[in-house]
Design a protein around this ligand. Sequence first.
Ligand code: PGA
Length: 251
Amino acid sequence: MSTEPVIAGNWKMHHGPGATRRFFGGFRPEFDGDPPTLLVFPPTVSLAAARESLPETPPVCLGIQNIHWEDAGAYTGEISAGMAAEAGATHVLIGHSERRHVFGETDDEVALKVDAALGHGLVPVVCVGETLEERRAGRVEEVILRQLDVALGVLAGREHSGFMLAYEPVWAIGTGETATPADASAAHGGLRKRLVDTLESEGDAGDVPILYGGSVKPHNARELLDAPDVDGVLVGGASLEADSFAAIATA
Ligand code: PGA
């Protein structure tokens, strides 16, 4: 397990360049000890504004919310991993539930994107999670391990020190419903075991951070971060205001 928690904010389709500058102008969390690893995924058009307005302390890494798997070509509206890296992104969300369920992203596309990200030195943050129907049918582990295996198929045999996983139950995203710390722990434990079993011969699979996401707020961040096998949080709505994201980061 990694030592520093990872506190990540996924802004989705919120905050253009102006709002991005205002956010970082007001983002001043104070930490007693070492700061966590802070990561923000602004909309792509706000990456430059984010880079210009990042505070010197605490350090914040920037990510992109999606990439195309090709390096270049006739793909109107798409952005390649190389372009994202050149624009200052160090991380990329892959397979977020909104990409899967709103835009129809498939497991095969997730695999291609993980491959492209690794090829350009971006850290893939691969999101997995079950729907409510799948949870009710007792299929949580089957679904999330299948989604993880897709990424592991690309990672096996490659450098994977730069890789993160996010468990985001679909029913908990943007709904105010949060997995209990015990539910999150159970899912993370299954993911961790699969990571270690699959990448066993390759060293540090135990260090891959597994983040929990789905209605993380200042009031519940602490108990989720304290749960066994939860190495960080991926925050949507509550990452949009500097104060609430700072409250989660200091939790
Ligand atoms: P939420 O979103 O915190 O608003 O539920 C989480 C996410 O989609 O990453």
